[in-house]
Design a protein around this ligand. Structure first.
Ligand SMILES: [Zn+2]
Length: 328
C-alpha cells in the first residue's frame, strides 16, 4: 500500500462523511459515492463546516471527491469503507459491485454496527481481504474503531487496516470473533440496561433515531415507561410507551432510517416548540409517577404554526424487532 492509501467510501451520510473527513485531514485522497445526489452535493460543505468547528484546516475538504458512480469511487482505492444503510441485502449487493470494480488487493470493510460481517461478505470471491470496521459516531471525535475479523479474514490485511487506522489517529482494536453487536455495542447495551433499570420513568429528549432506538430497547427490556418527545420546525410530538400495560414500543412506530432522518441542524428548531414539548413530557412523567392516566399508547402531534393538536392511537407491530414475538 502506498504511503497515503487512497480511500473509497460508500455512503455520504453521517458515518460516511465523518470517515471521509478523518482520512482527508490526515492527507489521504478520498472518493465518496452515494445514491443521493443531495448527499453528494452537500458532502464537501458538511466536512468543511465540521473542520471549521473543530479548528482544523478546512482545505482538507478539497481532498474529498464526490462520485455519482460507485465504480468511479473505488476504481483506484487501496481501502474501501462501506457505510450504507443497515440492510444485509443492500450491503451484499454493494460488495458484489465493489469487488467487481475495486483493485484485486484493496482492503474491503463494512461499517455496520449490527449485521454479522460474515453474512455481508458471504458472496465475495476473495474474502481474505474483507473485514468489519466499526466506527462510532461522530467518527472524527470517537477514537475507538473495532476491526472485526471473520473466519476468512487474513491476518495481513487486518494488520494493514490496523496500522492505517492508528496512523490517522484512531485507536483500533481487533475483535477476533464475528459475534452479533461485536464487543463495544454489547458493553454499551449493558450500560443502557443498567441506567434505565435505575429509573422509574425515562424521558427521551434526544434528537436522533439511533439514540431513541437504544433508549426504547432498554426501556422495553427493563419494562420501564418511556416518555418520548420530539420537536422540529413548527412540529411537536409527544408519546408515552408503557409496556407494563401492553401497547406498542417506540420502535413499532418507526423503521430504521439509518442516516436518512432530518437533523435539527438541517431543519431548524424553535425554542418555544421544544420548551412546550419538554414541559408536556414532564407532565406525563408526573402522571406516570402518580399512577394517573398518561395516555400511554397514543401519539400526540402538535402543529404549532396553526395551533392544532392531534391524538392518534398507536398499534403494536407484531413484527417489531424490539417488542414483537421472537421468531424461532
Ligand atoms: Zn415495538
Amino acid at each position: 500500500m502506498a504511503d497515503k492509501a487512497k480511500i473509497g467510501i460508500i455512503g455520504a451520510g453521517l458515518m460516511g462523511h465523518g470517515i471521509a473527513q478523518v482520512f482527508a485531514l490526515a492527507g489521504h485522497d478520498v472518493k465518496v459515492t452515494d445514491p443521493s445526489a443531495e448527499a453528494l452535493a452537500t458532502l464537501n460543505d458538511r466536512i468543511r463546516r465540521n473542520l471549521e468547528d473543530l479548528g482544523e484546516d478546512t482545505s482538507a475538504a478539497e481532498r474529498v471527491t464526490p462520485c455519482a458512480d460507485l465504480s468511479e469511487a473505488v476504481a483506484d482505492a487501496d481501502v474501501v469503507f462501506e457505510a450504507a444503510l443497515e440492510n444485509l441485502e443492500l450491503k451484499q449487493k454493494l460488495f458484489a459491485e465493489i469487488e467487481a470494480a475495486a483493485p484485486q488487493d484493496a482492503l474491503l470493510a463494512s461499517n455496520t454496527s449490527v449485521i454479522p460481517i460474515t453474512a455481508i461478505m458471504s458472496g465475495l470471491k476473495n474474502k481474505a481481504r474483507s473485514m468489519g470496521t466499526h466506527w462510532w459516531n461522530p467518527p472524527f471525535l470517537v477514537p475507538l474503531v473495532e476491526i472485526i475479523h471473520t473466519e476468512a479474514t487474513d491476518p495481513k490485511p487486518a494488520q494493514m487496516m490496523f496500522d492505517l487506522l492508528a496512523a490517522v489517529g484512531k485507536t483500533p482494536v481487533d475483535v477476533m470473533k464475528d459475534v452479533p453487536g461485536f464487543v463495544g455495542n454489547r458493553l454499551q447495551h449493558a450500560l443502557w440496561r443498567e441506567a434505565v433499570a435505575l429509573a422509574d420513568v425515562v424521558l427521551d429528549c434526544t434528537d436522533n433515531f439511533p439514540a431513541r432506538f437504544e433508549i426504547n430497547a432498554a426501556c422495553v427490556r427493563a419494562r420501564r415507561p418511556l416518555v418520548s418527545g420530539a420537536a422540529i420546525r413548527f412540529e411537536g410530538q409527544l408519546a408515552v410507551f408503557d409496556l407494563r400495560r401492553g401497547g406498542p414500543c417506540y420502535r413499532c412506530l418507526y423503521p430504521d432510517q439509518g442516516d436518512a432522518a432530518e437533523t435539527c441542524e438541517e431543519a431548524g428548531i424553535l425554542g418555544p416548540v421544544v420548551g412546550t414539548v419538554g414541559a408536556l413530557q414532564a407532565l406525563a412523567a408526573l402522571k406516570l409517577m402518580l399512577g394517573l392516566d398518561a395516555q400511554a399508547g397514543r401519539l400526540q402531534t402538535w402543529d404549532a404554526l396553526r395551533m392544532q393538536w392531534r391524538s392518534h392511537k398507536m398499534a403494536a407491530d407484531p413484527e417489531c424487532p424490539v417488542c414483537g414475538e421472537p421468531h424461532v
